[in-house]
Design a protein around this ligand. Structure first.
Ligand code: ADP
Length: 659
């Protein structure tokens, strides 16, 4: 049985409407341990023949048996495995990976095989080709001859049975040429089959058999030694048989492949720092804004919760009819209008009530000296300070007597203090609110703010003063009712409801004329609103994540095109489709993960500085960080998939020939 048996091989190419017959019926047998030169003029079909022999291309018709196996019956992955284990390639252009040491270049085929002992083997092969002192050199630090020797070491690393060399000395001077050919001769003596394509007669001299082809046909086939070499090094006949398909071996192989893909990806990224940085930017901004927006959202939610809980869970709030919430009163006649007397009556006639604070709200313009500030005006009674945890930090709250006298006195929040009085003590000062003079008698305790509302931005004045002198309101906006025992909430709610029905002669559904809410209801309503709000913010931010993903896809497509030759080389060395796909996917995921990590840091610092400088409550939750990592990796996979698939589908020969 011959190692190689070609029978009536045809290869035709279609170029537009033209049919090019590159090979027309080539039949050929090559035995183990031969040294063959394939010669012929340019365009005669030498390279085509070699690509078919090297399993890089498939014939249009005819049969090719390699070691007795019909090659056309093998599927893609099996071909890749054969290329990896039985065949070594040496190309005219060396095709070494740039920015990669000689040793790692030699190791390349091992990534795609189950064989072990990478570095040791790689270094041993480099020694064999006389490069023991160039192990850590990169291709640009080596001469042409040395680069070709690295390429030979790479072809040898899996101890293949055959080496194909396509014009291996085409780019070299004559002394390097001799070195290279001596190495081939030595390898052939060790039993490796060598097949060289060349158009130089001197090179063909080294071979023991010369096959000349012309116009796609064999013209002559001359052997120098009549006895074909039967005795050969058994170790070279079959690849080193380490392919025990045990699970452990497989795991080992997989981790090695993965590590190699990761280092390759990092190398590729480092080689194009600016480009990689720019493509990361999109993801970075996307993740940062998602993180910051979510921190803002959950901070707001939390601070609203805190504000509400400072209100106490034992407070009921009475408001006029529920239609208000729909904007328009549907049965306006039926909507109850609350009065100060309602508040008084509730306090007097409902049991278990410890405080009642009616309130009106409006906007007002406060002026002090040359300072001017628009703020919220709250008119209420003295019970408010206890119900809303608003006992002044400095000064005092007003009394109900002062309210009845419609005194022009005010308790102000910290924001108002800062805006109007700055460093000055506001107690005892007179400011104007909507052109009416007010004496400041107290400062509210600081409660903090969110971007949606500032709890410290308000002026509290007696309700009678507010209604009659400032806001011109005849009715109360709402009444806070504090129940002295939480277990009596339901009872109190009922009692207030009954009282209101009686006082306002409500007929029909009381829910439409007034509503009583307890804290749990309010908290629920507020937190669902803020949840929707933060979701909205996050989804707006995630649009930039999408844009970032498209950026990555763009860069990956460029990268695949740029590295077409590398992909062709990897396929020639035995990389399967899946392996190439994995390599480029990993690269895309690494880009987006790095971008994402910086995005998390940036988002975090944005959140931190907003809470530091603006005083907003920001919460970066672990969930949002995990989600950000997950999303950026996902973006990498989603947007890297197409370029990676494009890479993996490349035809080895077309890729290798790509200019
Ligand atoms: P050689 O290596 O002897 O110079 P090739 O094997 O490269 O010759 O080419 C043989 C013939 O096939 C040439 O006429 C060439 O133009 C044609 N050919 C080779 N590859 C292709 C291809 N991919 N598409 C179309 N024609 C091709």
């Amino acid at each position: 049985m011959h190692m190689i048996e070609l029978n009536d091989i045809f290869k035709t190419y279609l170029v537009g409407d033209n049919v090019v017959h590159a090979l027309r019926g080539v039949s050929l047998k090559i035995g183990q341990g031969e040294f063959v030169a394939i010669m012929g003029p340019s365009g005669s079909g030498k390279s085509t023949l070699m690509h078919i022999l090297g399993l890089l291309d498939i014939p249009t018709s005819g049969s090719y048996k390699l070691n007795g196996r019909e090659v056309s019956e093998l599927e893609e992955n099996a071909l890749a495995k054969l290329r990896n284990e039985t065949i070594g390639f040496v190309f005219q252009q060396y095709n070494l990976l740039a920015r990669t040491s000689a040793r790692d270049n030699v190791r390349l085929p091992l990534i795609y095989s189950f064989a072990s002992d990478d570095t040791v083997k790689a270094e041993a092969r480099l020694r064999e080709v006389g490069l023991s002192d160039r192990i850590h050199h990169k291709p640009n630090e080596l001469s042409g001859g040395q680069q070709q020797r690295v390429a030979i070491a790479r072809a040898l690393v899996n101890r293949p049975g055959i080496i194909f060399a396509d014009e291996p000395t085409g780019n070299l001077d004559s002394s390097s040429e001799r070195e290279i050919m001596d190495i081939f001769t030595k390898l052939n003596q060790e039993g490796i089959t060598i097949i060289i394509v060349t158009h130089e007669a001197e090179i063909a001299q080294y071979a023991r058999r010369v096959i000349r082809i012309r116009d796609g046909k064999i013209q002559s086939d001359e052997s120098k030694d009549l006895i074909s070499k039967k005795e050969s090094n058994p170790s070279a006949q079959s690849p080193e048989n380490e392919t025990q398909s045990s699970f452990k071996n497989f795991l080992h192989f997989k981790t090695r492949e993965l590590t190699s893909h990761i280092t390759q990806a990092l190398r590729a990224l480092l080689a194009n720092k600016v480009r990689s940085g720019l493509s990361m930017l999109g993801i970075l901004i996307g993740v940062a804004s998602v993180i910051a927006m979510m921190a803002l959202g959950s901070g707001a939610q939390e601070s609203i919760k805190q504000q509400l809980s400072s209100l106490g869970s034992n407070v009921l709030t009475l408001r006029p009819g529920s239609q208000r919430s729909q904007g328009v009163a549907m049965e306006s006649g039926a909507v109850t209008r609350l009065t100060l007397e309602d508040a008084q009556d509730i306090k007097q006639s409902v049991a278990n009530i410890s405080g009642v604070a009616p309130s009106v709200r409006g906007r007002g313009q406060a002026v002090y000296g040359n300072k001017n500030w628009s703020t919220q005006i709250v008119g209420t009674t003295s019970d408010y300070s206890a119900i809303r945890a608003s006992n002044p930090a400095v000064g005092r709250f007003f009394t109900d007597d002062e309210g009845r006298q419609r005194s022009r006195i005010a308790v102000i929040g910290m924001t108002v203090v800062k805006e109007l009085f700055q460093e000055k003590n506001p107690i005892g000062e007179v400011m104007k609110v909507n052109k009416v003079n007010f004496l400041v008698i107290g400062v509210l305790p600081e409660k903090g703010s969110t971007p949606f509302m500032d709890q410290d931005d308000m002026i509290i004045i007696p309700i009678q003063t507010a209604m009659r002198r400032l806001l011109g309101k005849d009715f109360v906006d709402s009444i806070d009712i504090q129940v002295n025992d939480e277990s009596k909430m339901d009872y109190a709610e009922d009692a207030v409801s009954q009282l209101m029905i009686k006082r306002h002669h409500v007929r029909g559904d009381p829910d439409s004329s007034f509503q009583i809410r307890n804290m749990a209801d309010i908290q629920e309503a507020v937190s669902s609103t803020s949840r929707i709000l933060s979701l909205l913010l996050a989804s707006i931010a995630s649009i930039s994540l999408l844009v970032g993903g498209i950026g990555i896809m763009n860069i990956m497509l460029v990268s695949v095109t740029e590295r077409t030759r590398e992909i062709g080389l990897r396929k020639a060395l035995g990389a399967t489709k899946g392996s190439i796909l994995e390599q480029f996917l990993i690269e895309a995921v690494i880009v987006s993960l790095i971008g994402g990590s910086f995005g998390i840091l940036l988002g975090w610092s944005i959140a931190g500085s907003l809470s530091y400088f603006a005083g907003w409550m920001m919460i970066v939750s672990p969930t949002s960080v995990i989600m950000a990592v997950f999303f950026s990796a996902g973006t990498g996979v989603a947007f890297g998939l197409w370029p990676a698939q494009k890479a993996s589908r490349l035809h080895p020969i077309e890729a290798l020939r790509y200019e």
